[in-house]
Design a protein around this ligand. Structure first.
Ligand code: PHE
Length: 359
């Protein structure tokens, strides 16, 4: 058949020059589509003599196959080129330095709360909680501080406002964690062994006092607990907390909710202006304590003829400052990161219960 070579050469050139898949499809239709040039020539076979058909048939088939193969090859080549383009466009320089991410640190009060909770847990103390907005009954009356008692004045209490005409005593921001003693005993009865860490509030503000601070209450009630048990528990606690053997000194004191009452000092010394806990013959006051007053037990529904025990209350911020050598309250309120890191607080440094403390 005439012109097949020209036809073929024409298509092969156009196929190899095709810019994209749409162009290829156009060429396929022009050659091999129903009305394509090759298809039309195929149709002419019918009019040929058998002799002519014998040579023309295979030639046309070969042409069709070649064009088809060229189309496929070109299509694959275009896809390869497209992929290369994409890989070039999406190239990523993994050698660029990373962008630093801001990381916080754990707050000293949170860390120390976790530490002391773990230590008391080892001695069988569970954690109890109470509200920060208390009724004056829980904060005062139940703790043997009746309305006209002078201790109420000493507490520098924040009072919540009552609605006009409501003559009931106002709620207070709890001035200590001792009301949790009442709540815990009312709920669980005796025997009981709990600590109650949390926020407390007093109208007080200077270099070493803030209107909100943290206390941890301790309470242990059983058949025959004594001040000796209290002393042992506190010395165990301070030794574990500070990581050195710490002696305690009990000084007679007064709290309405304990009898007898004691203020407790821990052993310390100052060397070149540096505080050393558990060394020397100096003493530093850290907490109030005593044997729970029978009236307090009774107010919480615990029979004082059957049960007795001890309670203590300690400032968490204060022991945090002592342990980590933090000289003022800036770390707690501004929580300046450089400041906190200077004192060694980091995001991942969390104490574990049984693996010992992390510092
Ligand atoms: N609640 C007392 C205070 O805030 C501390 C304390 C607690 C004293 C328990 C004795 C027993 O100062």
């Amino acid at each position: 058949m005439d012109g097949l070579d020209t036809l073929k050469a024409g298509y092969l050139t156009r196929i190899s020059d095709a810019a994209d898949e749409a162009g290829l499809e156009e060429l396929r239709l022009a050659a091999l589509g129903k009305k394509g040039e090759v298809s039309l020539k195929m149709r002419e076979l019918g009019k040929m003599s058998p002799e002519e058909r014998k040579t023309a048939g295979p030639a046309l088939n070969a042409l069709k196959d070649e064009i088809d193969a060229a189309l496929r090859a070109k299509k694959a080549a275009l896809a390869d080129a497209a992929l290369d383009e994409r890989l070039k466009a999406e190239w990523l320089d993994v050698t660029l330095p990373g962008r630093p991410r801001a990381a916080g640190t754990i707050h000293p009060v949170s860390q120390v709360t976790a530490e002391l909770t773990a230590i008391f847990a080892d001695m069988g103390f569970a954690v109890a909680e109470g509200p920060q907005i208390e009724t004056d009954w829980y904060n005062f009356d139940a703790l043997n501080i009746p309305p006209e008692h002078p201790a109420r004045q000493e507490h520098d209490t924040f009072f919540m406002a009552r609605a006009e005409g409501d003559e009931r005593p106002p709620h207070v921001l709890r001035t200590h964690t001792s009301p949790v003693q009442i709540r815990a005993m009312t709920e669980a009865g005796a025997p009981i062994r709990v600590i109650a860490p949390g926020r407390v509030y007093r109208m007080d503000m200077d270099q070493t006092h803030a209107p909100m601070f943290h206390q941890v209450e301790g309470l242990a009630i059983d058949r025959d607990l004594s001040m000796a048990n209290l002393k042992w528990v506190l010395e165990e606690f301070f030794s574990a907390f500070f990581g050195v053997k710490v002696a305690t000194r009990f000084r007679a004191s007064h709290f309405p909710f304990t009898e007898p009452s004691a203020e407790v000092d821990i052993q310390c010394s100052w060397v070149d202006g540096q505080l050393r806990i558990g060394e020397g013959d100096g003493w530093m006051e850290v907490l109030g304590s005593g044997m729970v007053h029978p009236k307090v037990l009774a107010a919480a529904g615990v029979d004082p003829d059957q049960w007795q025990g001890f309670a203590f209350g300690m400032g968490i911020d204060r022991i945090a400052m002592l342990k980590y050598g933090i000289p003022d309250l800036r770390a707690f309120f501004e929580s300046d990161l450089r400041w906190l890191r200077h004192y060694g607080f980091s995001a991942l440094d969390v104490p574990t219960l049984h693996g010992g403390l992390s510092r």
